[in-house]
Write a protein that binds this ligand. Structure first.
Ligand SMILES: N[C@@H](CCC(=O)N[C@@H](CS)C(=O)NCC(=O)O)C(=O)O
Length: 204
C-alpha cells in the first residue's frame, strides 16, 4: 500500500487530495512540524530533504509535488486527473506545475523560510517584505497565462487544479489582496465544493 507523508497547511495538500480523488489505497502519515518531525533521522531516511510531501511506493520513494501528482494520475487513469494521449495538453500541465514549483512556492517560502537563502537578518527581512508583491505578481501571471477556467486546463479537471488550490489557500496569509483575483477566487470556491477536498481539508 502507498504511504503518504504530509503536514498540515503545506503543499502536501495537493497530493493528499489527488490520492483521495484517485481512489487508490493509501496510508496518510502526519508529521508535526512544530516538533520538527521532518528533521528526525527516521524521516530523513525517507526524504533526505526533510520536506513534505513524500510518497512511499513499492518501487521506492517519490518526492516533489509535480512528480507525485503525475505518478498518482498515471497509476489511476480511471480518475482522469491528467490527459491521456495528448502530448501538448500533458506538457501544458507540466509547464504550469513547473511554474508553481520553481517560482510561486519559493516566493511563498520567503515569508518563513528566508534562512534558506541568507544568514543576514536584514536580507531575510527584506525577502519577507517582498512576499505580498511577489505572490500577487504570480497570481496575475496565473490568471493571465494559465487559468483557462473554470479549471486550469479549461473544462477538464486535472492535477494542475489540485496544485493551484494548495497555493490558493496561502494567499491571504501571504498578504495578497485576493479581491483583485476574482478568477482565482472562483477556482478556489469550486475546489472547496469537491467531496475529496471536503474529506481531506479537516486533516490540514
Ligand atoms: N519542491 C517541493 C517543496 C516541498 C516543500 O518545501 N515543502 C515544505 C512545506 S510547504 C516543507 O516540507 N518544509 C519543511 C521545512 O522547510 O522544514 C515540492 O514541490 O514538493
Amino acid at each position: 500500500m502507498l504511504r503518504f507523508y504530509y503536514a498540515p497547511r503545506t503543499i502536501a495538500l495537493a497530493s493528499h487530495i489527488a490520492l483521495e480523488e484517485s481512489g487508490l489505497d493509501y496510508e496518510p502519515i502526519r508529521l508535526d512540524f512544530h516538533a520538527q518531525q521532518q528533521r528526525t533521522a527516521e524521516y530523513l531516511a525517507i526524504n533526505p530533504k526533510g520536506r513534505v510531501p513524500s510518497l512511499v511506493t513499492e518501487r521506492g520513494v517519490l518526492t516533489e509535488t509535480p512528480a507525485i501528482l503525475t505518478y498518482i494520475a498515471q497509476i489511476a487513469p480511471q480518475a482522469r486527473l491528467s490527459p491521456v494521449g495528448d502530448p501538448f495538453a500533458f506538457a501544458a500541465i507540466q509547464s504550469f506545475m513547473a511554474y508553481l514549483c520553481s517560482t510561486v512556492h519559493p516566493a511563498h517560502a520567503h515569508k518563513t523560510r528566508g534562512a534558506r537563502w541568507s544568514d543576514d537578518p536584514a536580507v531575510i527581512e527584506a525577502l519577507k517584505v517582498k512576499v505580498p508583491q511577489n505572490m500577487a505578481d504570480c497570481c496575475a501571471m496565473i490568471e493571465k497565462e494559465y487559468l483557462k477556467g473554470p479549471w486550469v486546463m479549461g473544462d477538464a479537471f486535472s492535477i494542475a487544479d489540485l496544485y493551484l488550490f494548495a497555493i490558493e489557500r496561502w494567499l491571504e496569509g501571504d498578504g495578497v489582496d485576493t479581491t483583485r483575483f476574482a478568477r482565482l477566487l472562483d477556482h478556489r470556491s469550486r475546489m472547496n465544493d469537491r467531496p475529496a477536498v471536503a474529506k481531506v481539508l479537516p486533516l490540514h
